[in-house]
Design a protein around this ligand. Structure first.
Ligand code: PBE
Length: 313
């Protein structure tokens, strides 16, 4: 893991200006909390990061890699003895995070980047000295076997699809602010024709050929899948996008029920699913570099590392 560190630092710096902004904002926040600081018991507050969240990590869908990694963390870190990972949905996690921030209450969520939440709120990743959440991740594209022969133009577009974290983050923000995903993706495609033509270069338009992409209702994948669907549509494909749980999404591509997906987080987050299915998939490589998962807290939470959290009593 050490050999990844330099590269990871470089990419993380490029990835998320908003992460840096989140770090800077924390000082302002702690300043504004003066009235609630009864002077001198900040030590006790630190000791409270545990009870204050009910010894609970606010998770997302049970099938998500970041939930599995959080459960591993609870096993790995002695200080997380007695903690639980509550599963729900990405939407419920985001609402809980927003509510906690509004009330300046502590919360710990299963987080990932790119994500609009870093632009919206002052947040930080908790350090993970045991490396349970892995390092830098790529988001990769997987196609079903035989797609290249059956639909060479779609295969080429999926193979060429690649964009930057900042672009994805902007689109996610737009969708989070209420624009319907298909509409937001269509506007993005219209406004980024240079990028899009590098994906369609050398391909020919088709006449209504049906193609199905699968994804999971995670903010990242809603954005990317809608962009690729729009590009394929503009090339004449009749595109269906189907939201599934994580395991079924991998299954659908591996057994050929779906044509492809752009939602494979590797090497860590979906590493077990990749191992299970890799012989039945065509790996089209990264569509985004510098992704990351981990435990995320508002910057006012008085913990910097997973090791700062307090064991349940
Ligand atoms: N996520 C978003 C997924 C991958 C994409 C981090 C929530 C997961 O944990 O499986």
């Amino acid at each position: 893991m050490f050999n990844l560190n330099l590269k990871r630092l470089g990419i993380a710096a490029g990835l998320s200006l908003s992460l840096v902004a989140a770090g800077c904002g924390s000082e302002d926040d702690s300043g504004s909390g003066d009235d609630t600081n009864s002077g001198g018991d900040s030590g006790e507050e630190t000791a409270g990061v545990g009870e204050g969240v009910n010894y609970e990590i606010t998770g997302i869908e049970a099938g998500a890699g970041v939930v599995a990694a959080s459960e591993d963390a609870v096993e790995t870190y002695d200080n997380l003895e007695g903690w639980e990972v509550a599963t729900s949905s990405s939407g419920a996690m985001a609402s809980a995070l927003g509510e906690a921030i509004e009330n300046e209450e502590p919360i710990i969520v299963t987080g990932w980047s790119p994500h609009w939440k870093f632009a919206q709120y002052d947040l930080k990743y908790l350090e993970d000295p045991e490396g349970v959440f892995g390092g830098e991740e790529q988001i990769k594209t997987m196609a079903r076997q035989g797609l290249e022969e059956d639909m060479p133009n779609a295969y080429a577009i999926l193979d060429n699809f690649q964009w930057e974290a900042s672009a994805m983050e902007n689109l996610m923000l737009e969708i989070n602010e209420g624009t319907e995903p298909g509409e937001a993706a269509a506007t993005w495609v219209e406004e980024n024709q240079d990028k899009v033509s590098s994906w369609t270069e050398g391909t020919e338009e088709v006449d209504g050929k049906e193609i199905e992409l699968v994804y999971v209702n995670w903010d990242t994948e809603i954005a990317s899948t809608n962009v690729v669907a729009e590009v394929l549509r503009n090339q004449g494909f009749d595109v269906t996008i189907t939201a599934l749980d994580n395991g079924p999404m991998w299954n659908a591509v591996a057994n050929g029920e779906a044509d492809g997906m752009v939602a494979a987080w590797l090497p860590g987050t979906h590493g077990d699913l990749y191992e299970e299915h890799k012989d039945n998939l065509v790996d089209l490589g990264a569509n985004l570099e510098g992704a990351k998962i981990g435990l995320v807290v508002p910057s006012y939470v008085e913990a910097d590392s997973i090791e700062d959290l307090q064991p349940a009593e």
